[in-house]
Design a protein around this ligand. Structure first.
Ligand code: SAH
Length: 398
């Protein structure tokens, strides 16, 4: 189908922005269905601007695959993009890492899709129905471009909803094995440490690769400290803290299966389980309990889920972050280190830092932010909306 868009949208496409919103479309050749290739021409000279996936169910109506220079969208196109993405990640492999994000959506040329690599297993997660008609071609491209034994399909929450009927219309379900034998739990290495992840049922695709560099920093800071890992999930930070010589680790998470996996990850690396305490339950309540018990920690990591990925949640998210800082400071030893992380895309790095330091001031503490970080190389930020992660490493100033 061919599409014409408003001037501002034309400009954004020329600058490489990968989204065309429904309200920017002024003309389209026909109604179009999910996954149709939409070619966008400029209204002035009819020149090619971009080609993308038409997505009638999303406000991001065209998701750009290729801009500026026309290219045929076929298996070879996907192969080239996959090879480029793999090449960019190769430095990680030489650092003793076999688990990483291989494709991070738009920033790697695959809008609304991620591919995570867990050793010999790839996990493909779709966030749009527009990919479904291209799935076969994409899988064929994966087989040609990369080496792997097993491929698992994950579907975003929206794609799993009954309203979309993806299961009955296309026979696809979340956790489905597309290639190879299902094993449920897969093992991989991150910075030389061993982890197992449930790629069929775990959060996202099974593990949060985006925190790899921050976990490494925590490893370097953990020596001799009692560590508190709040929102621990399967213990990424906990295992690194143990590897860095932490005296003990206390992990808090709402999910019991995640905490079971955490304990398995601790044993996988040969650490004694007695160094680790797990508290299942709400993190806010867990922190209050630790405060009442007058517990103190030399390193506190707080890595909550995204409280604000929609503007409507912003107010509550800010309150939740403030509250977490306030609680975390009450369990922090005097010479302790606080690591505050946020994956809320609506709160940028500057705003997050301001929010955290102000919350500390209100609680009567001055925080010295001695280090901060954003995205690692397997989560490239190709356009502003791709940025979500930031972490602050803080000490109490005397
Ligand atoms: N730090 C982890 C990733 C955290 S993901 C890592 O490095 O791998 C966020 C986690 O928060 C999930 O495991 C989820 O189960 C947990 N969670 C969400 N809401 C919670 C709450 N209110 N209390 C405790 N845990 C919660």
């Amino acid at each position: 189908m061919s599409v014409r868009v408003k001037t501002a949208a034309e400009r954004a496409l020329r600058q490489g922005h990968p989204w065309v919103f429904a309200e920017s479309i002024v003309k389209q050749s026909h109604l179009g269905s999910a996954g149709d290739l939409a070619v966008i021409y400029d209204r002035d000279k009819n020149n090619f601007l971009a080609v993308g996936l038409y997505d009638p169910l999303s406000p991001i109506r065209v998701k750009v695959l290729q801009a500026r220079q026309p290219r045929k969208i076929n298996r070879q196109f996907f192969i080239d993009k996959l090879a480029a993405a793999q090449e960019q990640r190769n430095p990680l492999i030489s650092q003793g890492t076999t688990g990483y994000r291989l494709v991070y959506g738009e920033s790697d040329g695959f809008p609304a899709l991620v591919i995570d690599c867990y050793g010999e297993t790839l996990v493909l997660k779709l966030y749009s129905t527009a990919w479904i008609v291209h799935l076969q071609e994409l899988v064929a491209a994966l087989q040609e471009a990369l080496e792997f034994d097993s491929l698992v399909l994950r579907l975003s929450r929206a794609l799993q909803s009954d309203r979309l009927n993806v299961a009955s219309l296309f026979g696809l379900r979340d956790g489905q094995q597309l290639i190879g034998e299902a094993s449920g739990s897969v093992q991989f290495v991150e910075n030389g440490l061993l982890f197992a992840a449930d790629v069929q049922r775990g959060h996202k695709t099974g593990f949060f690769f985006d925190q790899r560099e921050n976990r490494q920093r925590v490893r370097e800071l953990a020596e001799g400290r009692r560590v508190l890992d709040v929102f621990s999930y399967t213990g990424g930070f906990s295992v690194y803290a143990l590897a860095g010589g932490a005296r003990s680790v206390t992990a808090v998470d709402a999910s019991q299966p995640a905490l079971d996996d955490l304990q398995r990850n601790v044993t996988l690396n040969g650490f004694e389980r007695t160094r680790v305490d797990v508290l299942q339950g709400d993190a806010f309540a867990g922190l209050r309990g630790l405060i009442e018990a007058r517990r103190k920690f030399g390193l506190v990591v707080v890595d909550p889920p995204a409280f604000a990925n929609r503007r409507a949640n912003l107010g509550n998210a800010v309150l939740a972050y403030r509250r977490l800082v306030e609680l975390a400071l009450q369990v922090l030893a005097e010479d302790g280190i606080l690591v505050m992380s946020s994956c809320s895309s609506r709160i940028g790095p500057d705003r997050f830092q301001q929010l955290v330091t102000r919350a500390a001031t209100v609680a009567g503490h001055d925080l010295d932010v001695f280090d901060s970080s954003t995205h690692g190389l397997d989560h490239p930020v190709g356009f502003p909306e791709a940025a979500y992660l930031k972490a602050l490493f803080c000490r109490l100033s005397s």
